[in-house]
Design a protein. Structure first.
Length: 350
């Protein structure tokens, strides 16, 4: 088995699981041309890919080559260092796709392996491994969460009728895909208006997902009461206001003159507390603030085959002076999902 073939298998494995805020990692152990162990990081707090593969291989790991999509960790977190486990297992060679930019690792895993006399190569199928791990790698390199905006609307961009009726604009398959984006990012954010209007739970509700996402609620005026679904059930809640902190995890941030939070300060605070991905679901004003500020990395827009004619739009922002001032995006992907369309956009500067 060639290095490329073995790493391609590790990349496919890395796509599995819902490990946010941790990285996606796949590992394949090959000895005498035969796969003797493989694994992936299923969920945050669970065993890492290398540990799963080593457990499967047992004594057959001795003398094997390990193919890992991300540099093995070299620090103690919720699990022991994977680089240390590879050394103890007696592997002869480790092929790494991408070096981990996390300051807790950042070459430390490779150094630990080489210091133990293990041959290490870095860069095999790096581009493919980067795409699988975009959320985590982007967050570590920029020191802020990867931000995905998400909205569901009608053909004419409405999210509800003038009466407020909105359930349901899109079909069940599209709604389920939207909930899985919460698991992909590991954190979901809405503003006070969405909580008051929709009373959402902001959970994933899928048996494959072990950890519910962090739920971030923006309420600059501190007006929300505790009797809301978002404050119930499993998972952490981070309530962000201008000063009122009641629950563990509540944060107080200064409010700008326009009544909103400084998004850079908000994102920095989330990153410092372990958030690597953030799904911004609304409402329209909150989405507009992220869009206007250019603090987004991806837009997932679900469009239903119906026209509402009037009602609130999916995004609301300040009036633009010229078309040249409009935020621009490029269409990356179009996917049919039931009767709806799933459009994915990326920001562009031109």
């Amino acid at each position: 088995m060639t290095d490329s073939a073995a790493m391609a298998r590790a990349v496919r494995l890395a796509r599995r699981g819902w490990p946010a805020p941790n990285p996606h990692v796949g590992c394949v152990l090959v000895r005498d041309g035969v796969v003797v162990g493989e694994g992936w990081h299923e969920f945050a707090g669970g065993p890492h890919a290398e540990a799963v593969a080593l457990r499967q291989a047992g004594e057959r790991a001795r003398g094997a080559t390990a193919y890992v999509t991300l540099e093995p960790c070299s620090h103690h977190g919720r699990t022991p260092p994977c680089a240390e486990a590879l050394v103890a297992a007696g592997v002869d060679r480790v092929v790494v796709a991408v070096q981990d930019p996390n300051p807790k690792v950042d070459g430390g895993g490779v150094s630990m392996l080489r210091h133990a006399g293990i041959e290490v190569e870095v860069g095999c199928l790096a581009n493919e491994a980067e795409r699988v791990n975009e959320r985590f790698l982007a967050a570590m390199r920029r020191e802020r969460p990867f931000v995905a905006l998400k909205a569901a609307c009608s053909l004419d961009g409405r999210i509800a009728l003038p009466s407020g009726e909105s359930r349901w604009i899109t079909g069940e398959r599209a709604r389920r895909a939207g909930r899985m984006l919460r698991a992909e990012m590991g954190a979901v954010l809405v503003g006070r208006g969405t909580v008051e209007t929709d009373d959402p739970a902001l959970t994933v509700r899928d048996r494959r997902v072990r950890n519910e996402p962090l739920r971030v609620i923006l309420d600059p005026g501190g007006r929300l009461g505790p009797a809301k679904r978002v404050f119930e059930g499993a998972g952490w809640v981070r309530y962000v206001s201008s000063g009122r902190t009641v629950r563990p995890g509540d944060r107080a941030l200064p409010v700008r003159a326009d009544g909103g939070f400084d998004l850079d300060a908000l994102l920095a605070d989330l990153f410092q507390h372990g958030t690597t991905g953030l799904l911004v679901e609304g409402g329209a004003v909150t989405l507009g603030r992220f869009l206007e500020a250019g603090r987004w990395d991806r837009l997932d827009l679900f469009v239903a085959p119906k026209a509402l004619g009037s009602g609130p739009a999916w995004v609301e922002a300040r009036a633009l002076a010229t078309l040249a001032d409009a935020p621009r995006a490029r269409l990356e992907r179009v996917r049919r999902i039931g009767d709806d369309l799933w459009l994915r956009y990326r920001p562009t500067s031109s």
